[in-house]
Ligand binder design. Structure first.
Ligand SMILES: NC(=O)c1ccc[n+]([C@@H]2O[C@H](COP(=O)([O-])OP(=O)(O)OC[C@H]3O[C@@H](n4cnc5c(N)ncnc54)[C@H](O)[C@@H]3O)[C@@H](O)[C@H]2O)c1
Length: 355
C-alpha cells in the first residue's frame, strides 16, 4: 500500500529538493501540501497535480487525518520543534530538515518524544547520502586513510547571507548563522565519515561583521539556497556571518572556517581528511581526490552521483516500513547538535569549553 505523507512548509527546500524527489518515487501519496502562505502550497499542487491532493494552511488538519503516515517538516528552524513534537504526539513518523532545531536541549526532547511514541524521526542530513561521502566513509572503514589525525573544513562564500533580516538571520528563529546553517552539514558529514566521535573540547569565535548595516550590504548569491528576499527595513541580523573553531575528539581533531559572506571573491567549500596512510580533499557537493601515502599517487575515482535527496527520502520511507533506525535517525545526529551548542557557548565566553 502507498505511504501517505503531508509536507509542512513549501519553501525553497521543498520546491528544489523534496517535491522533485517525491515525483520520482513510487508508493507515495502527498495527501497535503501545507504552508502558512497558501500560494506556496498551491504552487506545488499546480506543479505536481498527480502527486499533491490537498492544499492547507493549518498543519493540524494533516495531523488529525488517520490516513497520514508521516509528515515532512520543511519550515524555518524555529518551527521544527513545535511542528515535530505535535506530529509525533499525533502518532506520525517525521522527517525534519536540518538543523534539528535551534538548540541541543530541544533537540534532545524531540529525540525522547520519538522514542516515547515509537516513531521514526529522521533529520535532513542529506550529505550522508552523497556518493562521495559514502565512499569516503567506506575508505575510512577499510583503513585506506590509516589514522585520520586531523580534518580541516572551509565553508566560505563571497556574499551569500540568506534572506537578510528574515528567519535565517534572527537568532531567535534560526539558532545561529553560518555555523548552524552551513557548518551543520560539514560537521555532520565529518562525524559520519569518522564513524562517530566522542567530543572532548571545543573553542570558537563568531563574528557578525558583513551586514551590520543591512541596507548597505550587497548580496551576490549564486545558489538556490540563498536569496536576497527578506526584510532589511524591520528585520533582525544578530547571527554569525563568519565562524572559526577547533574541536578535539577521541579521534581526529577538527578545525574550520565558515563565512556566509566575506570580502574575498572566492568560494572555498571543501573538507580535507589528513590520515597517516592517505589523505583526501572532498569538494563539498562534488567529488574527491585521494592521495596514497605509500605510492604518492593521487586518484580521482570515477563514479556517478545519484540525487542525494531522492536517496534520503527513499531511505526515510524504508525506515518507516521496517521500523529500523537508519543513518539519519535523530539518535545519530544529536552529537552534531550538541557540538553546535557548545561552539556557540565558547564563542560567547571567548574560551575553550570541555564537553
Ligand atoms: N538539507 C539542505 O540542504 C537544506 C537546504 C536549505 C534549507 N534547509 C532547511 O530547510 C528548512 C526550510 O528552509 P527553506 O530554505 O526552505 O526556507 P523557506 O523560508 O524558503 O521555506 C519555509 C516555508 O515554511 C513555511 N512555514 C513556516 N512556518 C510554517 C507553519 N507553521 N506551517 C506551515 N508552513 C510554515 C513558510 O511560509 C515558508 O514558505 C530550514 O530549516 C533550512 O535549514 C535544508
Amino acid at each position: 500500500m502507498k505511504k501517505v505523507i503531508a509536507v509542512i512548509g513549501c519553501g525553497r527546500i521543498a520546491q528544489n529538493a523534496h517535491f522533485p524527489a517525491f515525483s520520482q518515487m513510487e508508493g507515495l501519496r502527498v495527501k497535503y501540501a501545507c504552508d502558512l502562505i497558501e500560494t506556496k502550497a498551491e504552487a506545488m499542487r499546480e506543479k505536481y497535480p498527480d502527486l499533491v491532493e490537498n492544499v492547507i494552511t493549518d498543519y493540524k488538519i494533516a495531523l488529525a487525518d488517520p490516513e497520514v503516515d508521516a509528515v515532512y517538516v520543511l519550515t524555518p528552524n524555529y518551527a521544527h520543534y513545535t511542528v515535530t513534537m505535535d506530529a509525533l504526539k499525533a502518532g506520525k513518523h517525521v522527517f525534519c530538515e536540518k538543523p534539528i532545531t535551534v538548540n541541543y536541549e530541544l533537540s534532545l526532547e524531540m529525540a525522547k518524544e520519538a522514542e516515547k511514541q515509537g516513531k521514526i524521526l529522521n533529520i535532513g542530513v542529506c550529505n550522508r547520502y552523497h556518493k562521495s561521502v559514502e565512499l569516503l566513509e567506506q575508505y575510512n572503514r577499510e583503513g585506506k586513510f590509516g589514522k585520520i589525525y586531523h580534518v580541516y573544513c572551509s565553508f566560505r562564500s563571497f556574499r551569500c547571507i540568506p534572506g537578510l533580516g528574515g528567519p535565517f538571520t534572527d537568532k531567535k528563529q534560526s539558532g545561529g548563522g553560518v555555523l548552524i546553517d552551513w557548518g551543520v552539514h560539514f560537521l555532520d558529514l565529518i562525524f559520519y565519515i569518522l564513524g562517530g566521535v566522542k567530543l572532548k573540547t571545543a573553542t570558537c569565535d563568531a563574528y557578525n561583521e558583513m551586514a551590520k548595516d543591512m541596507k548597505s550590504y550587497h548580496y551576490e548569491g549564486y545558489s538556490m539556497w540563498a536569496e536576497d528576499t527578506a526584510d532589511i527595513e524591520h528585520g533582525v541580523n544578530d547571527v554569525d556571518d563568519f565562524i572559526t573553531g577547533y574541536v578535539r575528539t577521541d579521534k581526529a581533531s577538527i578545525s574550520f572556517n565558515g563565512a556566509w559572506a566575506q570580502n574575498i571573491k572566492q568560494d572555498e567549500m571543501f573538507i580535507d581528511f589528513l590520515g597517516d596512510k592517505g589523505g583526501a580533499r572532498l569538494t563539498y557537493g562534488g567529488k574527491f581526490a585521494f592521495t596514497s601515502g605509500e605510492t604518492l599517487e593521487t586518484v580521482e575515482p570515477d563514479y556517478e552521483i545519484p540525487n542525494m535527496y531522492l536517496c534520503e527520502d527513499k531511505a526515510f520511507l524504508e525506515s518507516i516500513e521496517t521500523g529500523k533506525k537508519n543513518k539519519s535517525n535523530i539518535v545519530n545526529v544529536l552529537e552534531t547538535a550538541k557540538l553546535l551548542d557548545e561552539l556557540y557557548v565558547s564563542a560567547g565566553l571567548r574560551e575553550e569549553v570541555k564537553l
